[in-house]
Design a protein around this ligand. Sequence first.
Ligand code: MN
Length: 229
Amino acid sequence: MPEYVIPAWELPSLPVQGEKKRFPVRRIWCVGRNYAAHIKEMGYDPNREEPFFFAKPADAIVHDGGVVPYPPQTKNLHYELEMVVCLGKGGKDVPVEKALDHVYGYAVGLDMTRRDQQFASRDRGRPWEMGKGFDHSAPCSAVVPAAKIGHPSRGSIKLAVNGQTKQDSDLGAMIWKVPEMISYLSALVELGAGDIIYSGTPDGVGPVVKGDKLHGAIEKVGTLDITIG
Ligand code: MN
C-alpha cells in the first residue's frame, strides 16, 4: 500500500445480499430521461433520442436505512427512484449482446436532485453537477447478485413517501434497456469493475421535506428506506 501525505478515505462500498464481502463502488453513472412518462412530465419530447449520462461522486452513497440530510442551496429537493446496475467487469466498446456479462448485480437507488439548481444550470447552459452530484445524493440498497435473480428487464418499480405511492411503473418501460446503456456508455468511457449505473426514473418525481420517509421497492431486486434529515 502506498503512503499518503494526508489521511486516505475509505473506499465507498455496498453490502451484498447473502454475502459477507462488499461491493466496492468505483464511479456512479446516471442515465437521463429513460422513461417516456417522466420525459413528458419534465416537458420534453419522449421520442427516442440518444441516451445521455451524468455522474455523481462515489462518496455520495447513502446506505439503506440511512438519512439524507436536507442539502444546502435548494428549496426543491426531489426523489427519483431508479434500478442500479452494478458492474463486475469493465470494458470499452462492449457489444449489446455481451453487455449483461459485465453485470455483477442490481440494487435499488435514489437519484436525489436539487431540481432548482438543475434547472438553473440547464437554463444557463451550465453543467448539472451541483443539481445532481452533491453530498449524500446517491442512496443505494444492498446489491443482489445477478447469479441469484438473473437480469430483470421487467417488474414493478415503486416509491412511496410517508406511505403514499408517488412512483409506480415497470422496468419494462425503460427506453434504453440495460444492455444498451452499458454498450452506449462503454463507447464514451472505458467502464471499470465497481462502476454502478443509475438507469433512469419513471414518472411521478416530486419534492420532499425534512422528516419524510422514502420507501423504494423494485420487484426481485429489493427495497430501500431513507429518511430526509
Ligand atoms: Mn435520474
